[in-house]
Design a protein around this ligand. Structure first.
Ligand code: SAM
Length: 285
């Protein structure tokens, strides 16, 4: 079956697959100095943001990704107070981070201000915490920002980046992870979106290797579904500096949390850390 012009498809050439959504209307399109951004209204997934031809966010299912980028790392750290988000311009991860009352400062450093301005217009529900006094939204290259940050000054670094091409390529390497290592304190945790274990196993393996080479003590990938991303099976990889292990978490605090989530809870945290046989065999844990 061929799809008519009312569908948006992201094709995954190497995997010989595509994911398509039926579109009601194109709402916006622009070429920023950094990337090409499109916003659509879809038939069944609400609004859709596309960057350089790749799905970034849909209204219907972004909660899974944003919750899993924030809460596993924040509930693994014993007492996270200072959180940096690199990328994340749609502001959904920031919203989740600021649900933690004990966080007293959160910086979001995205290179492209247009992503945030468009998100404020088309995904206002993701931007409800942008005015929180603890939040600082900066529009700079995250690689430069982390290089210049004070050693030991951060508890959590969340890398909510685009795919490892173009602007985001330097976010996936050992040099960048080394800068993150130095910016974190001894309990510190880095978490980076690590693409699809099914489609991108080589990348995932190279991320673990680069994190270890950068000095991190342990690494661990957690898994979750993300229907609009390539293969629908997505992951994030945590790395801890010195003191904090990645297998346990503050389970009682999760069970007693006073904020609402739609996907994340203590059981989903445990389930996400379980490693499928395929990942164990390929060394992708
Ligand atoms: N959830 C998405 C995914 O996994 O496909 C990521 C969404 S978020 C909108 C990605 C953001 O990373 C974009 O807004 C982009 O501008 C930002 N970005 C890419 N490279 C960057 C860099 N070097 N420094 C800061 N932000 C960067």
């Amino acid at each position: 079956m061929t799809l008519d012009k009312n569908w948006f498809s992201e094709q995954h050439a190497d995997a010989g697959s595509a994911f398509s959504l039926k579109i009601k209307k194109k709402l916006h399109e622009e070429q920023t100095p950094f990337q090409h951004i499109e916003i659509y209204d879809t038939e069944t997934f609400g609004k859709l943001m596309v960057i350089d031809g790749c799905y970034m966010v849909t209204s219907r299912e972004n909660f899974i990704y944003h919750e899993m980028m924030a809460h596993p790392a924040l509930f693994t750290h014993p007492d996270p107070k200072k959180v940096l988000i690199i990328g994340g311009g749609d502001c959904g991860t920031l919203r989740e981070v600021l649900k933690h009352r004990d966080v007293n400062q959160a910086w979001q450093v995205d290179i492209d201000e247009a992503v945030t301005r468009l998100s404020e217009k088309y995904f206002p529900e993701l931007c409800v915490s942008n005015g929180d006094g603890r939040a600082e939204l900066l529009f700079e290259d995250g690689i430069k920002w982390i290089q210049e940050s004070e050693p030991g000054s951060l508890d959590i670094i969340i890398v909510d980046s685009t795919d490892p091409v173009g602007l985001a390529k330097g976010l996936f390497g050992e040099a960048f992870y080394r800068s993150c290592f130095h910016a974190l304190d001894a309990d510190g945790i880095l978490v980076h979106q690590s693409e699809s274990p099914l489609y991108h196993p080589k990348l995932l393996k190279s991320m673990h290797k680069a994190m270890h080479k950068a000095g991190f003590n342990a690494t661990k990938t957690h898994h979750f579904p993300q229907p609009s991303y390539p293969s629908g099976w997505w992951s994030a990889t945590m790395a801890c500096r010195e003191n904090t292990g990645l297998d346990g978490f503050r389970e009682d605090d999760v069970r007693n949390k006073i904020f609402k989530t739609r996907y994340y809870n203590a059981d989903m945290h445990k389930a996400a850390l379980a490693q499928p046989e395929f990942c164990k065999e390929a060394g992708l844990g």
